[in-house]
Design a protein around this ligand. Structure first.
Ligand code: ATP
Length: 687
């Protein structure tokens, strides 16, 4: 391998090697290409803004304008992000690989989008399997300037030593998550480029790049299947808003601004959540049996028609006999029972259809008698007071909040719907006093998911073409259903780690979650190379694995960092905490101080008393400062340059799956983990 100057990071970092390169002809040529790419981008931007917004009509003009704005937006290059980060040579052809295509005025490619098929060997080639490449080149930049490159002569069996990847993952962390487009690894690339039709479940240990892979997969799919997915959309679901804030810039940096990123709570926010369930109640409300209870509560209240109905049509009345009415109701009920949400007849549509069937019966009778009623007259018949009264009695109009409120407050309604499904004790757990109106009820997060389920029974939920669900190991069966409803005919990327499961539903394998998400045949793909956490820290956290996830393979870290882990017994927390955080805060990266949720005020107070600018990370994602106090329950998915864990025993003791929570907390650090413990450490970590 030939390695000239190796400031190997693709974006702005100080060079690690400042070998004078001004005289290096390769570097000079690459800098010229960089300048050309910059000029071409400027030209493309100018051309895009010069497109005249004149369509054939106002609508077309507006669409043209929107398309142009979109194109300009995607071309609005961040000056800190260089147009390319790598290059492939096949011996005949050379491609520079970057975040987006760049063409010259004649349309010749200057930079190839990383997602294009031609870019694939850049990520997959190895000395053993060069995939047609004689050389792979990676570039290092500083302040937007190309300062170095690293060659691998794959054709000659030479492979890099991973210096670039190491430099990239060791960069001090501060602020939101970054893209990994310059250093996607082969095992990650296979998942990123899996076909759109294929649903994928990534079981990955902490820091193996699951979130990164999921986001890059979304960007890849949008590029490769732009037309189809632009219509149906891509949805990314994360566990909370703090997590969303952390990841939300990755897709825009990759040029994808139209992906919806949300939480399950936001997805199901049909009622204002203003209360919290006791854990055992929340666990029951998240149970899959609740879907059956709701279905029965809704469809079970449809009554048998008792009498003939006289339907008025164009000045006369036509009798629809009760037997025929019964058949209509039975047929429609049957069509409402299908498993496929997109195909099945929903309750509200069933009610409308029933009214229409009565009107059509009347129309047929009139036609048989020689009349020819119009469509408008038939529709009017369907809306007549007689037909409406029949529908109200047999197939009453319902709303989702009202349905759930009745179920949770009326013992008789609940008993009827839950018979044989929930025990008496379980029914008693669900019941709460009624409020004057469902609007003012003390709705909880779990109730909101039930209301969403009810809404999904009433009407079809619009679906996306592809859904990425992160931290999926924590989803309740009812939350899985809420995501599945948004999937339509699309495919799914499920990301998670069973060892990090902290919810009451946490399964020991992926089958129930994948079934709940409506894609039981999804293949589970493991990721086991840890990019975030140094080996010293990961091996320490992995001691918990036999207790929390027996059988799950432990991750191996890609790098060692001597001195990355310090475990210190302390008599009193405040003093050592302030001392450790002061020392860490003097470094360049972010510092996360993680403690049990209940200890947040005390820990924050201790840090502030020592004059440290500590800010608490909030669930709404409000940005904490460089020293963030992180409640243990919000740490999932996040990372910090340095992490201090205050009182691990308290974190483990705070909840039923406290050891899993501790495993999450211990795996957030990129460079340094300091564990300060007053009490004995949990057994697997002691000694
Ligand atoms: N190929 C890569 N090149 C550079 N950095 C990488 C690569 N893969 C992952 N990383 C970095 O490793 C860190 C962990 O990635 P990510 O958050 O996606 O992991 P995860 O598996 O979702 O972790 P967790 O389970 O803890 O949430 C991130 O900083 C990410 O940018």
């Amino acid at each position: 391998m030939s390695a000239t100057p190796t400031d190997t990071t693709p974006t702005d970092t100080p060079p690690t090697d400042t070998t004078p390169a001004a005289t290096d002809p390769v570097l000079a040529a690459e800098r010229a290409h960089l300048a050309l790419a910059g000029d071409c981008l400027t030209g493309m931007r100018a051309a895009a803004s010069a497109v005249v917004d004149a369509g054939v009509d106002a609508w077309a003009s507006e669409r043209l304008g929107a398309a142009r704005a979109e194109r300009l937006r995607s071309l609005a290059a961040d000056p800190g992000v260089p147009p390319f980060f790598g290059r492939t040579d096949t011996g005949e052809e050379t491609f520079h690989i970057g975040r987006r295509h760049v063409r010259d005025a004649a349309g010749r490619p200057v930079v190839i989008d990383w997602r294009a098929p031609m870019s694939r060997p850049f990520y997959r080639a190895s000395a053993a399997d060069p995939q047609g490449l004689v050389r792979r080149r990676r570039f290092g930049f500083s302040g937007g300037e190309l300062t170095g490159y690293e060659d691998e002569l794959l054709g000659a069996g030479e492979e890099g030593d991973g210096a670039l990847l190491r430099a990239e993952i060791e960069r001090p962390r501060s602020g939101p998550m970054r893209d990994i487009v310059a250093t996607i690894q082969p095992e990650q690339d296979e998942i990123v480029r899996a076909p759109l039709a294929e649903s994928v479940c990534v079981q990955g240990a902490p820091g193996t790049g699951k979130t990164a892979v999921g986001l890059h997969r979304a960007a890849y799919l949008l590029y490769t299947h732009g037309g189809q997915l632009a219509r149906t959309g891509v949805l990314v679901v994360g566990p909370n808003r703090a997590f969303l804030r952390y990841i939300e810039q990755v897709l825009p940096t990759l040029g994808e601004v139209d992906v919806e990123q949300t939480t399950v709570a936001a997805l199901t926010a049909r009622v204002p959540v203003r209360a919290q369930d006791r854990p055992e109640v929340a666990a029951l409300k998240g149970d899959a049996r609740m879907a059956q209870v709701l279905e029965r509560a809704l469809w079970g209240a449809i009554a048998k028609p008792a009498d003939d109905v006289l339907v008025p049509l164009a000045g006369r009345r036509y009798r629809v006999p009760v037997e025929r009415l019964k058949r209509h109701v039975d047929d429609l009920r049957r069509r409402g029972r299908g498993a496929d949400d997109q195909q099945r007849l929903h309750y509200s549509a069933g009610r409308e259809r029933l009214a229409m069937l009565l009107a059509e019966d009347a129309r047929r009778q009139k036609e048989e008698a020689g009349g020819s009623p119009t469509d408008a007259e038939t529709r009017r018949a369907a809306r007549s007071p007689e037909v409406r009264a029949f529908c109200d009695a047999v197939w009453p109009a319902r709303d989702a909040e009202g349905l759930v409120a009745a179920l949770l407050t009326d013992p008789a309604v609940l008993a009827r719907a839950a018979r044989g499904l929930l025990t008496d004790d379980e029914q008693a757990l669900l019941l709460r006093p009624a409020t004057r109106s469902p609007r003012t009820a003390p709705w909880t997060g779990a109730d909101a998911v039930l209301v969403d389920e009810a809404a999904g029974l009433l009407e079809r939920t619009p679906g996306y073409g592809h859904v990425v669900v992160d931290e999926a190991q924590d989803l309740s069966p009812m939350q899985c259903r809420a995501v599945a409803r948004r999937l339509a005919a699309g495919s799914l990327t499920v990301l998670g780690d069973l060892a990090q499961a902290t919810s009451p539903w946490s399964p020991s394998d992926w089958a129930p979650t994948l079934a709940g998400l409506g894609r039981p045949d999804t293949a589970v793909r493991p990721l086991t190379r840890g990019y975030r956490v140094p080996a010293e820290v990961l091996d320490y956290a992995n001691r918990l694995l036999p207790a929390i996830a027996p059988g799950l393979p432990a991750a191996t870290a890609v790098r060692h960092e001597a001195g990355a882990l310090e475990v210190r017994p302390v008599a009193d927390l405040a003093g050592p905490l302030a001392e450790v955080v002061t020392a860490l805060a003097a470094g360049p990266g972010s510092v996360g101080v993680v403690c049990a949720d209940a200890a947040v005020p005390a820990v924050t107070g201790a840090l502030r008393d020592a004059g440290l600018p500590a800010a608490v990370l909030a669930d709404d994602g409000a940005a904490a400062g460089r020293v963030a106090v992180v409640p243990a329950t919000l740490a999932k998915g996040l990372e910090f340059d340095a992490v201090v864990v205050a009182d691990p025993a308290a974190i483990a003791a705070a909840e039923p799956r406290g050891l899993n929570r501790l495993y999450v907390v211990l795996t957030r650090a990129v460079s340094t983990l300091v564990v300060l413990h007053r009490d004995d450490l949990p057994a697997p970590l002691a000694g």
